[in-house]
Write a protein that binds this ligand. Structure first.
Ligand code: SF4
Length: 372
């Protein structure tokens, strides 16, 4: 059988699209699980160019989006402490915390806390936060450690540097997550009936190909690792389609330059030196065993959750926000009642509209913010 990638090597994205549109196979559903893919697919309009028989849905690939509201509450509680300066990647600044009973004011975010006088500083890297700690020894500098395997090695390296340099006024509130177990949960979700995953490119650079083998062997999923250009994404989709049409399942690496079979051993060594696996709560997916990272006991002195006592409210999602359903892949952003009305990139009501990798922001920015 000649699949969509069969025959002469495709010259460009148009040729790959033509092959996909000429396909005669059964209807298939794939999920892309990388925020950068979500943005690239929206920017290029690829989803609308695929035939109706090939459905591509977005998953929980945006680290800011999957960080639960309870973590934002924890950040806000730390920001209220006089001795603390919270440092964070900029995206997290505008993610709403819990709605409080009778609260009719502006949503509670780190950005609003800063406007009211809290010390909250956006930074580009955890090392920048460590530098601030060295420059301000009388201040407790807390970095918000949110991200996937792409970010975790940098978090780990910063903790090791803080230890080496004896920086005692630096700590991290860690909510780092790991992708493989989340994919296993999605693979078994009957409501999605997935045929395969367009695996995340950046995470795969760190983890390699082998980490997806359980999805193939245990859950019968087709997997393809793809880059981020439209042609690279289409190559990944073609590889998935070929697997389904050929009744094959495997991990296909369509991004072989950056992604090696065993990933990046140096980054993994640093990450595993500082962090250990733990259960973790994902917005939309709930608690997933072994899907998070926490500091190993010998590094817990850098754990802001242990260093500072805080009282946290009961976590309550923003009213009317359907981010959880969007992240599970069961709701298109435009089906949320707030989309494009009360919720826009300028005035986001939920995490998926805040982040530059969020599905709602992608939908709004590139595919029309109204009823398009
Ligand atoms: S449109 Fe806004 S409120 Fe609705 S799910 Fe997306 S982020 Fe949440």
């Amino acid at each position: 059988m000649v699949g969509v990638t069969g025959g002469a090597p495709p010259r460009d994205a148009a040729e790959l699209l033509a092959r996909l549109n000429a396909r005669q196979g059964r209807a298939v559903t794939f999920m892309e699980v990388c925020g950068t893919h979500t943005m690239a697919v929206a920017r290029s309009g690829l989803r609308g160019l695929l035939p109706p028989s090939i459905r591509l849905i977005s998953g929980p690939g945006c680290p800011v989006c999957v960080t639960p509201v309870g973590f934002i509450d924890h950040c806000l509680a730390l920001a209220e402490k006089e001795e603390v300066m919270v440092t964070t990647f900029g995206d997290l600044m505008r993610v709403p915390g819990s709605v409080k009973e009778g609260d009719a004011g502006p949503v509670c975010t780190l950005s609003n806390a800063k406007a009211l006088g809290a010390r909250v500083t956006p930074v580009y890297s955890p090392l920048e936060a460590l530098d601030i700690a060295k420059q301000e020894p009388d201040c407790e500098v807390v970095f918000l450690g949110v991200g996937f395997e792409t970010t975790a090695p940098g978090l780990a390296a910063t903790v090791l540097q803080a230890e080496r340099e004896g920086v005692a006024n630096f700590s991290m509130l860690v909510a780092a997550k790991t992708i493989p177990m989340a994919l296993e949960v999605l693979a078994t979700a009957e409501e999605l009936a997935l045929d395969g995953f367009l695996c995340p490119g950046h995470v795969s650079v760190i983890l390699g190909e082998q980490v997806y083998h359980p999805l193939v062997e245990t859950h019968g999923m087709s997997c393809a690792i793809a880059g981020f250009e439209p042609k690279e994404i289409l190559l990944g989709i073609c590889a998935l389609v070929d697997q389904v049409d050929g009744a094959l399942t495997r991990v296909e690496n369509c991004y072989p330059g950056p992604v090696r079979p065993t990933g990046n051993p140096k980054a993994l060594t640093v990450m595993n030196r500082v962090f250990e696996g733990c259960d973790s709560v994902w917005r939309g997916l709930g608690a997933i065993p072994r899907s998070g990272l926490r500091l190993r006991p010998e590094f817990r002195v850098y754990d802001a959750a242990q260093r500072f006592d805080v009282t946290l409210p009961r976590p309550v999602e923003p009213r009317g926000c359907r981010c959880g359903d969007v992240l599970r892949g069961v709701l298109d952003p435009k089906e949320c009642g707030l989309f494009g009305k009360r919720c826009t990139p300028e005035d986001p009501q939920g995490a998926c509209m805040v982040s530059q990798e969020g599905s709602c922001a992608a939908r709004y920015l590139y595919l029309g913010g109204g009823d398009a």
